[in-house]
Design a protein around this ligand. Structure first.
Ligand code: DQA
Length: 155
């Protein structure tokens, strides 16, 4: 079965109490649980992780580039700042889907640039925790394709 890494960046461990009007009341543990059950329906295995440390996320992306069939990432604030994450993501030859709980394009100008987006097959933003399940469904579809990362070869 295909293993999908789901990586979460800084402050996402605080979901549930962190600005719930923006990010909702669902905890990261609840999102993780839903991802595991949804993945089981799709015949996928999820490796779900969260870190507040940029270097740890870089190492996990490198690990994903070796072990995962696909990568779903909500890099939190590092989305908007991290060339190191971009460089690590460029190592990945497997499909990448970017997820954000909030609609980053309807927020402050600094959130509207993402270092993740150029490496991603697709982006889901603004749908809260449901976005992770949508990303898993989309990942399942991408993995059925012969060349799932075709569009990324232009970078
Ligand atoms: C976020 C959006 C980011 O701008 C923010 O820094 C986060 C969460 C989201 O899921 O909406 O930490 O990635």
């Amino acid at each position: 079965m295909c293993v999908i890494f789901i990586l979460n960046g800084p402050n996402l461990n605080m979901l549930g109490t962190r600005q719930p009007s923006l990010y909702g009341y669902e905890t990261i543990a609840a999102i993780e649980k839903e991802c595991h059950s949804h993945a089981a329906v799709l015949d996928l295995i999820v490796d779900f992780r969260q870190s507040n440390c940029e270097g740890e996320l870089v190492s996990w992306i490198q690990e994903a580039s070796r072990k995962a069939s696909g990568l779903i990432i909500n890099a939190g604030a590092y989305t908007h700042t991290s060339v190191a994450l971009l460089d690590a993501l460029l190592l990945c030859t497997q499909p990448i889907i970017e997820v954000h709980l909030s609609n980053i394009h309807a927020r402050e100008a600094f959130r509207q640039h993402s270092y993740v987006t150029p490496t991603a097959s697709g982006l889901i933003a603004g749908l809260g925790g449901y976005g992770y399940r949508l990303a898993l469904t989309a990942m399942g579809e991408l993995l059925k394709k012969k060349n799932p990362v075709e569009s990324r070869e232009k970078i």
